[in-house]
Design a protein around this ligand. Structure first.
Ligand code: 173
Length: 321
C-alpha cells in the first residue's frame, strides 16, 4: 500500500462511526424567539436538557440561542425553510404565514384536552400545510396577557395612547381607541424609555426578566386571552427521524406541556412582585371587565375569520368560545 492509498483509507475510516449508536444519533438545531434564559424560553431550555439526557445516543438538540440568532418575527419562516430544525415560538410571530395563528390565544383549554378533542390535530395540520412543521407542543395555556401603561386611565379607554403590540393585542387596543405600535420584545424597553410608546401588551409573567418594571407604572385589569408558545419541528426533519427519536421528542413534549402546572403559583408570585415594585393595578370593576373580555374575544375572532375564512370558523368551534 502506498502513502496515497493509506491516506485515502484513513479518510474513509475517519468517516465510519465508531459505534452503531453514533450513526443513529440525530442532531437538531434549535432556536427560541424569546431572549435566552427568560420566562418564555426557560421551559424550552429545560425541554432541551431533558431530550439531551433522555435521548443520549438517539437524538440531540444543539441550542443555537435566541433573537440574536434569528429575529423573532422570522423564526416561523426559519422553521419552514429548515434554516433551523426546531423552534420555540409564539403563533403571534408567524401570522404572516398562518393567519389562523392569531386565534391560538383564544384557545385556553389544557393541552391534555386539546389532544383529545381534535384541536391539536387540526392545529398540527395547519402547521404541516402552512409552515412545513410538526406541532410538537404548546405551552402556557393558563397564563393570560395584560396591557401595561405609564399613563393613568380612569376608564378602559386607550384613546390618545400609543401602545406596543404584536398581533395578540392589536385588535383590542384599536377597538378601545389606542394607537398600536408593533415591535419585537427586544425593542420594548427602549421604546418605553424614549416615550415612543405609553405602554405595552405582555403576559402577566416575565417583565422582571427584561427589566421592564423600571419603566412601568400601571397594569390594566382584566387579564385576557391565553399565552401560546409552541415547539415546532421542521416537517422534513421530523419525517427524517426514526421511531425511537420521535418517541424521545414526543415524551419530552408531554413533559413540557405538563410544566404548565407550575404557572398558577408563578402568576400569583408575579402579581405580588409587581405590586412590591410599585406597579399599580387599574381595576374598573366586574362589569367593565366583562365587557372588555367579550369585546377582546369578539374583535379577535372577527379578525381571524376575516383573514382565514375557510379554517377560522373550525378553530372557533374547537375552542368552544
Ligand atoms: O407580546 C408579545 O411579544 C407576544 O405576543 C407574546 C406572546 C407569547 C408570550 C409572550 C409574548
Amino acid at each position: 500500500m502506498n502513502v496515497k492509498q493509506l491516506a485515502a483509507l484513513s479518510l474513509v475510516a475517519a468517516t465510519i462511526p465508531l459505534a452503531p449508536a453514533c450513526a443513529q444519533e440525530a442532531t437538531l438545531r434549535a432556536v427560541t424567539s424569546f431572549a435566552e434564559g427568560t420566562q418564555f424560553s426557560r421551559n424550552f431550555e429545560r425541554f432541551i436538557e431533558r431530550v439531551n439526557s433522555q435521548g443520549k445516543g438517539v437524538v440531540k438538540i444543539n441550542y443555537i440561542g435566541g433573537p440574536r440568532a434569528v429575529p423573532p418575527f422570522e423564526v416561523g419562516n426559519a422553521v419552514r425553510t429548515r434554516v433551523v430544525d426546531i423552534a420555540n415560538v409564539t403563533g403571534a410571530f408567524y401570522t404572516n404565514l398562518m393567519p389562523e395563528a392569531d386565534g391560538f390565544k383564544l384557545i385556553g383549554k389544557p393541552m391534555s384536552e386539546q389532544r383529545k378533542n381534535g384541536t391539536w390535530d387540526f392545529i398540527n395540520q395547519l402547521h404541516n400545510q402552512k409552515l412545513n412543521a410538526w406541532y410538537l407542543a404548546r405551552q402556557f395555556h393558563n397564563v393570560p396577557f395584560h396591557i401595561y401603561l405609564n399613563k393613568k386611565i380612569d376608564k378602559l379607554d386607550f384613546s390618545g395612547l400609543k401602545i406596543r403590540v404584536t398581533p395578540v393585542y392589536r385588535d383590542i387596543v384599536q377597538a378601545r381607541g389606542g394607537t398600536p405600535v408593533t415591535t419585537a420584545p427586544g425593542e420594548v424597553y427602549t421604546a418605553l424609555e424614549r416615550g415612543v410608546v405609553d405602554g405595552y401588551g405582555w403576559p402577566i409573567t416575565g417583565i422582571f426578566d427584561l427589566g421592564w418594571e423600571k419603566a412601568t407604572k400601571f397594569r390594566v385589569e382584566p387579564a385576557f386571552y391565553s399565552v401560546e408558545v409552541n415547539v415546532l419541528v421542521n416537517l422534513d426533519a421530523w419525517k427524517g427521524l426514526n421511531d425511537a427519536q420521535r418517541r424521545v421528542l414526543t415524551e419530552a413534549a408531554a413533559w413540557l406541556e405538563a410544566l404548565d402546572g407550575e404557572n398558577v403559583a408563578a402568576i400569583k408570585a408575579e402579581r405580588e412582585r409587581q405590586a412590591k415594585a410599585g406597579i399599580a393595578a387599574l381595576d374598573f370593576g366586574p362589569a367593565e371587565a366583562k365587557a372588555f373580555l367579550k369585546q377582546a374575544d369578539d374583535v379577535a375572532w372577527k379578525s381571524v375569520i376575516a383573514r382565514a375564512p375557510e379554517t377560522g370558523p373550525k378553530l372557533r368551534q374547537l375552542s368552544g368560545n
